[in-house]
Design a protein around this ligand. Structure first.
Ligand code: DGP
Ligand code: NA
Ligand code: NA
Length: 207
């Protein structure tokens, strides 16, 4: 008898919202409870395409906006067979950014719109839930200076946040991320549990 499939549980948000910390804490907590779970993040800088993206983010290379958008999308498609196989084999994937970051960041640029940016994402596995870790601008500012990577600037992040709000649908849960790490973790674990229960027996769908 085959066991149940894993769930595709996606974290989104602006830079510095605490996504990576929460993803890692969730994976640890699930594994301790005997629920197979793995961390994934996009962009995955370790692949061939990911290396170009890494150079682009570090401002070592320049690329036209549309070309780099398609590379970010291709980076998700590179991992699509892995995502499908893991979910089918019962492993839940806790994903640090996905298509929504792809669209929200690229569409924050001049001459790029949400619809054009969404197109290459069509057909990727659809998340069972999307958690947007949300911070007010004042709180983000208090978390310290941005790093030196491309996109790490207040005005740009403001546009990204407004794009996230335009993308959100009924799958999304907006979470106030301005609270102690452990409290946020407990809140997220609770959401995971209900998504895990309600997705049992449901097939994997696509965007
Ligand atoms: P991170 O490794 O999570 O810090 O993400 C790297 C940066 O790349 C971050 O500023 C968000 C941005 N980003 C993530 N995915 C995409 C994408 O698909 N398209 C674009 N343009 N930017 C993205
Ligand atoms: Na970043
Ligand atoms: Na991250």
């Amino acid at each position: 008898m085959m066991g149940r499939r894993g769930v595709l549980f996606v974290f989104e948000g602006c830079d510095r919202a605490g996504k990576t910390t929460q993803c890692r804490m969730l994976v640890d907590a699930l594994c301790k409870r005997g629920i197979p779970a793995e961390y994934m993040n996009f962009p995955d800088r370790s692949t061939a395409i990911g290396k170009i993206i890494n150079d682009y983010l570090l401002k070592k290379v320049e690329l036209p906006d549309k070309a780099v958008h398609l590379l970010f999308s291709a980076n998700r498609w590179e991992l699509e067979p892995v995502i499908k196989n893991k979910l089918a084999s019962g492993v839940s994937l806790i994903v640090d950014r996905y298509s929504y970051s792809g669209v929200a960041f690229s569409a924050a640029k001049k001459g790029m719109d949400l619809k054009w940016c969404w197109n290459p994402e069509i057909g990727l596995p659809e998340p069972d839930a999307v958690l947007l870790l949300n911070l007010t601008e004042e709180v983000s500012a208090k978390r310290g200076d941005f790093g030196l990577e491309r996109y790490e600037a207040t005005d740009f992040q403001r546009k990204v946040k407004s794009n996230f709000m335009d993308l959100k649908d009924s799958l999304w849960k907006i979470i106030d991320a301005d609270k102690p790490v452990e409290n946020l973790h407990v809140e997220i674990l609770d959401i995971f549990n209900s998504v895990y229960e309600s997705s049992a027996g449901k097939p994997i769908t696509v965007l």
